[in-house]
Ligand binder design. Structure first.
Ligand code: LMR
Length: 394
């Protein structure tokens, strides 16, 4: 039977991670996979998370199963973090998932059950794994214009024109903040216009929020999600704790189904529980428990929020330094967008050949669509990157 299996395409981001590891050069710069790195190139365990781990080790007395949706305390804490008081808690069904990817996968599963002939509208470009999962599941999808390659900003008119085609039973996949891979984001009045359009067309929004706190701040980054959730009849939200809690390998995420009909919550919750049971039974608990402890203990929460601000500000500083260095070396303002973008990524707008030149000649690794991970830089690698970019004719 195994002979029937076909070679699967390698995930481009993960393949690049491997290529970087195998590169023997001393001077190499990893701007590939979306993992935060500090100035010394380490991905630290956040202080509050480390403290919570110690406390958990002391206090935990059992590893018996939790519930199918995970620990309810985790759902409560994460719903409050993402949605604030935008919608009544009773309107939200939620289930813990293995990471943000798990939440995305479960959300698509729910879409397939609820709207078998529905289409998913995805931004062009989007996180490649969105497309890969949709393909794998056989769910039809169609791109909507999002990124203007000239201005490196959101092509908002194109986006609105394309999303006007989505109808009831279709799903519009949006990035809550810090768009991956472009770094170009909607402002609040654009979010409002998207909401108005969704209300008109009846399409259901699904929001993937994986970088809350990495853009303009914890509250600011959730503003679009909150606006959508409080305005439309129903929506899906996939939240990741990998990046903003730095617990990548613990696989911690939450899927939320929000309905302004509180009566629907029971059915939605039952569906999320059922989906967890079919796919892996109980979701992982360790990371979720750490997140709950951090969010519900005022001292840990304050420390976590402060460290997240340090992380955010360091990325902003690197963006500004890189934009300034490129302006100096190129004598033009054409890289100003790097300082405007938010989150971990920016799409540089280089050709695949130029990306390859950066890797081959300069040991600089970025994803083939020229997405660069700002957090892979530090003060001393910024000038090296800027020089290589200009030398490569980008
Ligand atoms: C990324 O986009 O690099 C991250 O979300 C990691 C991943 O799983 O692709």
């Amino acid at each position: 039977m195994f002979e029937n299996l076909k070679e699967q395409p390698a995930d481009k981001i993960l393949a690049l991670m491997q290529l970087y590891r195998e590169d023997p050069r001393e001077q190499k710069i990893d701007l590939g996979v979306g993992v935060y790195k500090d100035a010394s190139g380490n991905t630290p365990i956040m202080r509050a998370v480390k403290t919570a781990e110690k406390q958990l080790w002391e206090a935990e007395t059992t590893k018996a199963y939790t519930g199918l949706a995970g620990d309810p305390g985790f759902s409560d804490a994460m719903i409050a973090l993402v949605l604030g008081d935008a919608v009544p808690r009773a309107n939200v069904a939620a289930a813990a998932t293995p990471g943000g990817t798990g939440a995305v996968r479960q959300a698509f599963d729910l879409v397939r059950m609820a709207s078998p002939s529905g289409k998913v509208y995805v931004s062009d470009p989007t996180w490649p794994n969105h497309l890969s999962i949709l393909k794998h599941m056989g769910i039809p999808f169609t791109p909507y214009r999002y990124f203007d390659n000239e201005t490196r900003a959101v092509d908002f008119d194109g986006m609105m024109a394309d999303l006007a085609q989505a109808g009831k039973g279709d799903v519009v996949l949006l990035h809550g903040c810090c768009h991956n891979p472009t770094g170009a984001n909607l402002n609040l009045s654009q979010w409002q216009a998207v909401v108005d359009l969704l209300l008109k067309t009846g399409a259901t929004p699904m929001i993937d929020i994986a970088y809350q706190g990495f853009g303009d701040g914890l509250e600011e980054d959730a503003a679009g999600v909150r606006l959508v959730a409080s305005s439309v009849p129903e929506c899906l939200i996939a939240a990741s704790c990998s990046k903003n809690f730095g617990i990548y390998r613990e696989r911690t995420g939450l899927l939320m189904a929000v309905s302004n009909d509180a009566g629907a919550q029971k059915l939605n919750q039952g569906t999320l529980n059922y989906l967890n049971r079919q796919n892996y039974s109980f979701p992982p608990d360790y990371g979720a428990r750490l997140v709950t402890m951090v969010l519900t203990d005022p001292a840990l929460r304050a420390d976590w929020a402060a460290e997240l601000e340090e992380v955010r500000n360091s990325m902003l500083g690197l963006r500004e330094q890189l934009a300034a260095e490129l302006q100096r070396l190129s004598g033009s303002d054409r890289f100003g967008f790097i300082a405007q973008h938010r989150g971990m990524f920016s799409r540089l707008g280089a050709s695949p050949e130029q990306v390859e030149t950066l890797r081959r000649d300069h040991g600089i690794y970025m994803v083939g669509d020229s997405r660069l991970n700002i957090a892979g830089l530090n003060k001393s690698s910024v000038p090296i990157l800027a020089e290589a970019i200009v030398k490569s004719g980008i």
